[in-house]
Structure formats: structure tokens, C-alpha cells
Design a protein around this ligand. Sequence first.
Ligand code: SF4
Length: 280
Amino acid sequence: MRIVETELIKKAVKEAVKTANTRLPVDVLTSLEKARDNETVPHARQVLDILLQNAHQAQTENMPLCQDTGLVTVHVQLGQEVALTGGSLYEAINQGIGEGYTEGYFRASMVKDPFERVNTGDNTPAVVHLEMIAGDKVIITVFPKGAGSENMGRTIMLKPADGWEGARRFVVDTVRIANANPCPPIIVGVGVGGNLEKACLLAKKALLRPIDQPHPDRRIAAREAQLLQDINKLGIGPQGMGGDTTALAVTMEVYPTHIASLPVAVSLNCHSARRAVVTV
Ligand code: SF4
């Protein structure tokens, strides 16, 4: 058994939120550069250039990539051979977020009660997902996500007879309805299978995968490629101003489901697709 102090988790989360909010992951940056180079519509290319400039400036000046520094989802993969000591894991995560957001001067966007809407002041609490894995490590993925893209997510319980074509229509319609709201070029996370909540979690999990890595199952990778092509044919373009680049990537995760169900969930992420992974 490896003993891990929750203080270490707090420190790791604190640094991760600072990194995530100021540095775009390399795969996203590279994909934006490729999109800019391949974009055939001049004003769309110009918008992509501005987004790249923004990303470089954020990194150089240690400034947030976007004013909406998001609700933070934290995915914790906890090794079965780890014994946590020194207090609650959830408290440590939230302390790390509170300190990171305060020190980084990042916007606090969380309200305590969805109806009373009083700001909690330090962007806590996070939404935490815990997964047990083999080994003695704790892998933490910090995923701040703005409301512009989050608000455009959708889920549906299709009939099995709707099949792949039904799922495909739903994903493309979701992007069409979202239009400029999620700040394109977007990343489209798709979750298929399980039940209502599992499909949503799969869509979110899909967004954690580096976008230069297609799904390891070739059949799923082919569906991702097909969806990306469909979506980019919509012509919404960077920031909704028209162009070839509506989405940078589609990432999909699937899970077994009930004989009478076909749950599909779509989570959209904006061009400011922030994430940071730390291992404790
Ligand atoms: S959707 Fe993304 S880029 Fe647009 S305002 Fe929200 S966080 Fe910023």
C-alpha cells in the first residue's frame, strides 16, 4: 500500500488549474494551427490566427485563455494500492481549486444555489468523478469548461431501431442548433450506450482524450471521422462567421447498453479546450 497525503493532491490540483487556464494543450494548439493552414475562407483563417495569437499571449503572459474560466470537473483515477491520509479527498480538491483560482486571479463562476445564485467566491465546488484503477498512482485530470459550450450539450434516449444513422443525425443537429454559441472551432464529445447518466459521462470522458488520438477501435474511429466530416460541412466556421473549420475533432466513447435502449449524449467543447493532467 502506498500512503498519499491529501495535501499533495491539493497542491497538484492548485498547480493544474493554473496550467489548464493559461496553457492550451499541445494537441489542441497543433490542431488549431493545422486548421488555420488548411482553411480556405480568408476571414475564417484570420479568426483562427487571432485564436492562436490569444493562446500564445495567454501562455507568455500567464493570463487566462478566456474570461470564462469555467466550472472545473476533476476526474480522479485512484490506484487501488493507494491509501489516502490527512483528510477528505473532496476537500483537498476543492481547496486546491479555491487557492489556484484566487492566486491566478481567475474568474469565480460558481453560484451556491442554482436559484438564489450567490457566488461562492473561489470557483468551488468542483464536479468530481472518481474511478478506481490498478496500481499505486493517483492520476488527476483537471478540466475547466466554460458555460458557452457546456450549455449547448444535449442527450437523447433513441430507439435501437434508430441505429447509427439516428445517432449521427442527433450529433450533427446538436452542432447545428449550437451554431456560434460554443465558440467554434469546437471539439465534439459523443457518448453512446449505458443508460442516461452513463452516456453523459462518456461524452465528457471523450473530451478528455487528446484530439490527435483517434479511438483505438477502428470502427469507432471511422464513425468519429464521418461525424467530423458531416459537422464541417455545416459551414458554421470559426466563431460562427462561416468557413471550413466548425470542429477540430470528434471523439466518441461507447459502452454496452440495454436491448431496448440507445442513449446518445453530446458534449461540446470550445476552442479554449483546457485540460491538465497530473500524476501523484
Ligand atoms: S465557450 Fe469557451 S471560448 Fe467561449 S466564452 Fe466560454 S470558455 Fe470562452
